[in-house]
Design a protein. Structure first.
Length: 282
């Protein structure tokens, strides 16, 4: 066997049902259901490709089963994966340097979901911890406190998170100072636009332009104008605004008002519940 030559691999993934086989980091990964077996290239003795069949034979001391076989309808994919496996097969060297075959089993999906939620609450955003406290303390208070009508508490508890989320969105969109700054001191220049693949909004863009002092700037925006122009703040070139059509300004205004109006509407039941709560003390 020669040295490993995995740098030029195409990255073929052979998928059939719940079985997936691929090569990564000088090792063969054979996943079936919740179990994944990782076989270093030095543990592979032979690879056989016969049409739609792929057979991988391991050395005698491998603990994952000495023969691994899979069939796939696409012979070209089988041949390509077989070539990638052959590329990672290298000389084993001294026995003490031989990496072992590793087997890893994932938890069933309910346990994975619970573990993910636990990690988010412990190590994620503070909003996850606030949501947990809201769930643990808010629901019992909404159900047990005898505020009339009794359904108002549960209704308010359900809608209050939506109200907070929508008002938070509205606050992010409510950068009215940007329009004022751009109108007062903004500088308009030619720009090169491209779509923003990291944004969910179809109208989002990335603009590349040059400032008056010769700096190359890349900035992101939400609504692109009809011309290849951008208006930027000379004190903060990352703050930009694209000249837009009046119709697009109407769309932006509607999108701006929507979260605020619905956020206030969703918060009304909670406000009514809080207003009626002091009546329990008398």
């Amino acid at each position: 066997m020669g040295e490993s030559n995995s740098e030029a691999l195409a990255g073929v993934v052979l998928a059939k049902g719940r079985t997936r086989v691929w090569v990564e980091r000088d090792a063969l990964h054979w996943s079936r259901g919740r179990t994944t077996v990782t076989v270093p290239g030095t543990q592979i003795r032979q690879v056989e490709v016969a049409g739609q069949s792929l057979t991988v034979t391991l050395f005698e001391d491998a603990q994952a089963g000495r023969v691994m076989t899979l069939r796939h309808r696409n012979e070209a994919v089988v041949a390509a994966l077989g070539a990638e496996i052959e590329a990672i097969m290298g000389d084993a060297g001294p026995a003490e340097n031989l990496q072992p075959v590793r087997r890893r089993s994932e938890r069933v999906w309910p346990l994975r979901v619970l573990a993910g939620l636990r990690d988010r609450v412990l190590h994620g955003s503070p909003w996850w911890r606030r949501a947990l406290w809201y769930l643990v303390l808010g629901l019992p208070l909404a159900v047990w406190l005898p505020v009339e009508p009794r359904s108002l508490g549960v209704f308010a508890w359900l809608l209050l998170p939506a109200s907070v989320a929508l008002l938070r969105v509205w606050a992010v969109m409510a950068e009215l100072d940007t329009w004022w700054v751009m109108w007062r001191r903004g500088i308009t220049v030619w720009a090169r636009f491209e779509g923003d693949s990291n944004s969910e909004a179809a109208s989002a863009y990335i603009a590349h332009f040059r400032t008056l002092d010769g700096r190359e700037v890349t900035a992101r925006g939400q609504i692109r104008g009809r011309r290849d122009e951008i208006r930027y703040d000379p004190q903060d070139p990352s703050r930009v605004l694209a000249p837009t059509r009046v119709a697009r300004l109407g769309v932006a205004l509607t999108a701006f008002l929507g979260p605020g109006l619905f956020g206030v509407a969703c918060g009304i039941p909670a406000i009514l519940w809080l207003i009626r709560l002091p009546a329990l003390l008398y």
